[in-house]
Design a protein around this ligand. Structure first.
Ligand SMILES: [Zn+2]
Length: 264
């Protein structure tokens, strides 16, 4: 586990070729676990930290959205509240029934579904800590973020990602850009994407430019008659200068290009 501040810890594993991080936030009365990675076993270090820290605090598990690499460890926290956007449980179920190649089989322990759902916002406040859960649709329709007011830390799930975001909400362009504009209003000093390094607000800006640039470029190409398979739009044209784009993100970018092509 990596300690980010006095009250925030991070734990990362590699799932499906991508590093993915979960967070722990220690309050006075509660301790929050943000995302459960790809299996209950992957959450063992977090469970161990809770053993040492929870000390009578209520454990609140949060799922940032329904994707398997964020919820497959839910069974490690059986008996605790699991909070998510209200669309999340049915999307978890739909994902496991989809048979999609990109979705690994569920862990043998199963995937405990979120037990508490909310719509726009949910706030937890105690004498030391104010935690805001905020609906931030765009990556998916059920995406949420967790913001810790006192430490100005934003746990972003997949709402922002480095070097580029993954598009998986159909017709989500306007909603995603609106979400990113809303995120820049938060006085966050440290932003923790589930996939990527801890950064400042430049990650929001970079993702906004990526989405705007990609939709514009694909729209123009499609209007000019370019076929889906012939689109030549390298990722490096849409990410900040100097941001490295490795094989996994080149492949993800290609999926984004085709995703946008089917939409514009
Ligand atoms: Zn995701």
């Amino acid at each position: 586990m990596e300690q980010l501040t006095d009250t925030v810890w991070l734990h990362s594993v590699v799932a499906g070729g991508f590093p993915v991080a979960a967070g722990v936030v220690l309050g006075h009365d509660r301790i929050f676990v943000f995302d459960t990675l790809d299996s209950p076993q992957a959450m063992a270090p977090v469970a161990e930290l809770l053993d040492g820290l929870a000390a009578g605090r209520r454990v609140i598990v949060v799922n940032s959205h329904h994707h398997w690499d964020h919820v497959y460890g839910n069974a490690a926290f059986a008996g605790h509240d699991i909070v998510a956007h209200r669309l999340c449980p049915r999307l978890i179920v739909a994902q496991s029934r989809s048979g999609a190649e990109s979705v690994p089989p569920k862990p043998p322990e199963g995937v405990a579904l979120p037990s508490i759902g909310f719509g726009d916002r949910l706030r937890y406040e105690d004498r030391s800590t104010t935690v805001h859960l905020i609906h931030t649709p765009g990556h998916t329709e059920d995406s949420i973020i967790l913001y810790v007011e006192q430490s100005e830390v934003l746990l972003a799930g997949d709402t922002v990602e480095w070097p580029l975001p993954a598009l998986s909400m159909r017709d989500g362009e306007k909603v995603y850009l609106q979400t990113l504009r809303q995120l820049t209003q938060l006085p966050a000093r440290r932003i923790v994407p589930a996939h990527g390094p801890v950064m400042g607000k430049e990650i929001i800006d970079a993702n906004q430019r990526y989405i705007e640039g990609l939709y514009d470029a694909v729209r123009s190409a499609k209007r000019a008659g370019v076929e889906r398979g012939d689109l030549d739009l390298p990722a490096t044209a849409f990410v900040p200068a100097g941001a490295g784009v490795g094989d996994t993100y080149r492949a993800l970018h290609r999926q984004n290009v085709e995703w946008v092509y089917d939409e514009v």
